[in-house]
Design a protein around this ligand. Sequence first.
Ligand code: 1CP
Length: 366
Amino acid sequence: MNTTHSLPSTPPSSLFLRACLGLEVERTPVWLMRQAGRYLPEYREVRKLAGDFLALCKTPELAARVTLQPIERFALDAAILFSDILVIPEAMGMTLTFLEGEGPHFPTPLNRPAELERLVLPDPEVQLGYVLRAVRTIRQQLPAPIPLIGFSGSPWTLATYMIEGGSSKKFTRIKTALYDDPHFLDALLERLAVAVTDYLNAQIDHGVAAVQLFDTWGGVLGPDEYRHFSLEPMARIIAGLKRLRPDGTRIPVILFSKGCGGYLETIAASGCDVIGLDWTTPLDQARSRLGPAIALQGNLDPAVLYAQPGRIRTEVGRVLGTMGGQNGHIFNLGHGIEPNVNPERVAVLVQTVHEESRRIKLNVVA
Ligand code: 1CP
């Protein structure tokens, strides 16, 4: 798909992987960010069993079980590893807690260059061995035709949590560092880029079929800062990934920078195969700016899932309509499913993607 790489010698049969590479598909594949999680009662049960969220991530059998739950319920075309982006900073030596109802918390955030010494470069097989065991367990239990997506946070997004100490609205501490002490931030981002490259390569070694970089907070940066502090570390990661297995199988890379519709041309130069879009950039606009050489993923507003089934069908049809049956599209939300969504509405979404995209494809061919 990406022009800098040769075409796969073994074209995949999975619709999801085919769409990532821009190959012909008979309907649009669909998976959903945060498809495993609190909106599913069966997830809440397993989480209770685990005790807390981090324990769930660190128990491969339970992480595998919740990864498979949305696949058992809905006709999704890919599974995503159940874990969290913040396991990397924890593996680097930072204490991480998830406070009930308050999200992630680092009680001792980073604030000085000297503190970088505190961060170890993790050996994924050691400090993150539980994630790799989860990948293997999922791969054994997942129906063979369904690909497993691995993931990591982007260095910039991970750094926001490490420096702010948790979720942030204003990003005061990291932006102060960005303007007053850019060398500190560069050094941190470089360390994270190496850690993420090793981590994703280990996930690939253990059986994931594609990887996604979650750059949830790229959109808080201006264009020059986005390019330097968010995109460049991601491009270095992408350049270091094992993207071709010895048997010729390609491992597509999806890059999702939320709030970055203004930066699509920059993102396309990162070397990724697929760009994830939030709901503020219409897919057809992205397509005409980028051309056909890169696949697109998205981009239904997750809040549509609060609406009645009829409205969900209309909105799904609108998103599919903007692509007009072209190849190189993976249906997804523009961000993760919210915890208070009714799972029956998710079923409506998935079923509509199947029916409507097949119908559009047939009309295009006819
Ligand atoms: O209470 C609970 O059960 C924990 C809620 C929860 C869940 C289900 C958290 C805490 N993380 C997750 C799983 C998770 N996180 C997945 C699983 C796979 C799937 O998609 O099904 C993934 C891919 C993530 C990635 C993640 N974690 C991101 C990037 C994507 C995004 O949503 O923007 C971010 C920013 C995080 C940090 C994080 N972890 C958990 C929460 C509530 C947050 C967000 C905090 C914030 O908004 O700042």
